[in-house]
Design a protein around this ligand. Structure first.
Ligand code: UGA
Length: 436
């Protein structure tokens, strides 16, 4: 089929490349000149596994083209809107770019062609577009791709959601995904739009829940990892997204949670639970900064070595990154920061120019009073902790992701501090023993 994807940002680019891989003829429209010329030169502007294979393969095969002209919409069977929807000043979804894309697309759509809204938009957006396009099929088709595994998620999704007026309208889009073996949910357009927000809010809620429980574990002597295993074994609960730590970040959870609060506020319906999910996440960053301040009490100009700056591993994205937010709190309190990330240092440097960027994890530990694991990149998990100890000025390892082995750290003569892990107590005992 002939497909146009408007917006070659994160979602649009992955969607375009993957649809080309499925055999469709795809034109991606990108109006940012610099990004467009990079794409036309065959460069991959984002770090995403497998994208650097798919893009050259299909720009060479001719199944994937990039342009800044909306003319290809005139011949398309399906046109996707996949532009970004940033947060407005009050947290509301800013649909300016979606509406601008719609105005450019609408006059060009041929009768019977399909318009699919992939951008995350408040319920009612696609219905409003449908009213303006009586001769076209308008569907909502939210995405659930995770950064770092987006290509894999595209080809093996948990589900595909198509919000449509009728089954035949849904089929007009569904045939694009024919070769993907998964459940397809056909819903109303509003349900599809709200389902996207609801999924992200629910996942954020699970993390905020386990984070809040981690404090209860600390005060009661329970272990949050054990707790997560036990409750996660219940099929009604499931094991994912129950890892305690610095809290959730990224470009999606914070934005979509605030947007959902705004949607609820405008509708006049209660949103106390969503507010609490957000607040618990803020408190988690503050708790980490407090632990670090406690561990460095009495130090002159304390130094913190931060391992990981991306909002999660396998991405160079620092938007909403817990690491950057904790660093922000620490800088306000006069800490010196040394930091490293295998991929995200250039992006972090744009946001935080005044910290010291290091060669690797060991260089980060040099002279540090505390080393904070902020992003659980695999290369940080199995460090030579003895060497870390020798390089540090202090002796505290703050595990912001509950990803390290407390016993190994304590055996190297380092103090371990995690979130709600009873093994922290065990590690303290080993540490004290090693000191005597
Ligand atoms: C999220 C959703 O998972 C995707 O389904 C959705 O399509 C995407 O947002 C989006 O709306 O575009 P993503 O932002 O890539 O995907 O990140 P996640 O893998 O969901 O992780 C979000 C945050 O939660 C990260 O900071 C991660 O470190 C944190 N997290 C995750 C935890 O703190 N604990 C966990 O147990 C799991």
């Amino acid at each position: 089929m002939r497909v146009v994807v408007v917006g070659a940002g994160y979602v649009g680019l992955v969607t375009s490349a993957c649809l080309a891989e499925l055999g469709h003829e795809v034109t991606a429209i990108e109006i940012a000149p610099e990004r467009l010329s990079r794409l036309q030169r065959g460069e991959t502007p984002i770090l995403e596994a497998h994208l650097d294979e798919l893009l050259p393969r299909h720009t060479t095969s001719g199944r994937l083209r990039f342009t800044d002209s909306y003319d290809p919409v005139c011949d398309a069977d399906v046109t996707f809107i996949a532009v970004n929807t940033p947060a407005g000043v009050f947290g509301q979804t800013d649909t300016r770019f979606v509406r601008a894309a719609f105005e450019a697309i609408a006059p060009r759509l041929r009768p019977g062609a399909t318009l699919a809204v992939k951008s995350t938009v408040p319920p009612g957006t696609a219905d409003a577009f449908a009213e303006r396009l009586p001769d076209n099929i308008v569907v909502s088709n939210p995405e659930f791709l995770r950064q770092g595994t987006a290509v894999q998620d595209f080809f093996a999704p948990d589900r595909i959601v198509i919000g449509a007026q009728s089954q035949s309208d849904a089929d007009a889009l569904g045939c694009l995904y024919q070769s993907i073996d998964t459940r397809v949910f056909v819903t109303s357009r509003c349900s599809a739009e709200l389902a996207k927000y609801a999924a992200n809010c629910f996942l954020a809620m699970r993390i905020s829940f386990i984070n809040e429980l981690s404090h209860l574990c600390e005060s009661s002597g329970a272990d949050v990892d054990e707790l997560a295993q036990v409750i996660g074994a219940d099929r009604r609960i499931g094991p994912d997204f129950l890892r305690a730590g610095l809290g959730w970040g990224g470009s999606c959870f914070p934005k979509d949670l605030l947007a959902t609060i705004d949607i609820a506020r405008l509708a006049g319906v209660p949103h106390a639970l969503l507010d609490a999910v957000y607040d618990a996440n803020v408190r988690q960053r503050q708790a980490a900064a407090r632990h670090i301040a406690d561990a460095t009490r009495g130090c002159q100009r304390p130094v913190v070595g931060v391992l990981g700056l991306a909002f999660k591993p396998e991405t160079d994205d620092v938007r909403g990154s817990p690491a950057l937010e904790v660093i922000g709190c620490l800088l306000e309190q006069g800490f010196q920061i040394r930091a490293h990330d295998p991929q995200a240092m250039p992006n972090a440097a744009a946001a935080l120019p005044n910290i010291t960027y290091c060669e690797d994890a060991y260089d980060t530990a040099r002279g540090a009073d505390v080393v904070l694991l902020a992003t659980e990149w695999p290369e940080y998990i199995e460090l030579d902790w003895q060497r870390v100890r020798e390089l540090m000025r202090g002796d505290t390892i703050a595990d912001g992701r509950n990803a390290l082995d407390p016993r190994r750290i304590a055996e190297a003569g380092l103090r371990y501090r995690g979130f709600g892990r009873a093994s922290t107590t065990l590690a303290s005992a080993i540490f004290e023993e090693a000191r005597r």
